[in-house]
Design a binder for this molecule. Structure first.
Ligand code: TYD
Length: 207
């Protein structure tokens, strides 16, 4: 049996991590086997690349290098973790995946969404998510939610975060069947109910 692949996307501070926890708790309560992972990271190599990407001080990677490092982490995660779990029939729930690259590197960094689809399509092949939920929120609101020390991407200017939001909305227009947006300015329980509605509507999980 083939499993199903769900990804959660959105700008920094949109509340993805809270929602990933709510969805996985819900599925486990229904006795559905779920594997939770995240990007960048999720493998030993991926976690090293994550640290490099988020904590690098001094010389920043050029956009092309940044896009390729995220892609390297993704290729490793896909082959080592996601594909085997899908083959076992699990539901895979991933905190960020390819659409972050399309929005951040493709649109906000200006490399081109088509170009990022080509780079990632090369190794994703037919392993694109079955459903992607974008937590949509005005960056003026989401950035206020970030607490403590900000990572390299979170320190970018408001203009950058506005482009990230635009990028996600463009991705939704490109893939209207797969990608759904959810208003993330609501309280966490309301956001969760909207996500659940979309997942049920898609029919990828019977519940
Ligand atoms: P995130 O998991 O949101 O970090 P945190 O756990 O601190 O909330 O993601 C790390 C950052 O990497 C985030 O700013 C988005 C960025 N990113 C990209 O620019 N491109 C990508 O392909 C991915 C997966 C993430």
């Amino acid at each position: 049996m083939k499993g199903k692949f769900i990804t959660i996307e959105g700008p920094d501070g949109a509340g993805k991590t809270t929602q990933v926890k709510k969805i996985s708790d819900y599925l486990r309560c229904k006795n559905i086997e779920v594997l939770v992972t995240r990007e960048p990271g999720g493998t030993a190599l991926g976690e090293k690349l994550r640290e490099m990407l988020l904590t690098l001080e001094g010389e920043s990677p050029v956009p092309e290098a940044e896009a390729l490092i995220y892609a390297a982490s993704r290729a490793q995660l896909l082959n080592k973790v996601i594909s085997p779990a899908l083959k076992r029939g699990c539901i895979v729930l991933c905190d960020r995946f390819v659409d972050s690259s399309l929005a951040y590197q493709g649109w906000a960094r200006g490399l081109g969404i088509k170009e990022l689809i080509n780079i990632n399509g090369w190794f994703l092949k037919d392993c694109w998510p079955d459903i992607t939920l974008i937590l949509d929120i005005d960056p003026c609101q989401s950035l206020k939610r970030l607490q403590g020390k900000k990572d390299r991407l979170e320190r970018e200017a408001l203009e950058f975060h506005k482009r990230v939001r635009e990028g996600f909305l463009k991705v939704q227009n490109l893939y209207p069947d797969r990608v759904k947006t959810v208003d993330a300015s609501l309280n966490p329980e309301e956001v969760f109910q909207k996500i659940l509605f979309e997942i049920k509507k898609s029919g990828i999980i019977k519940m």
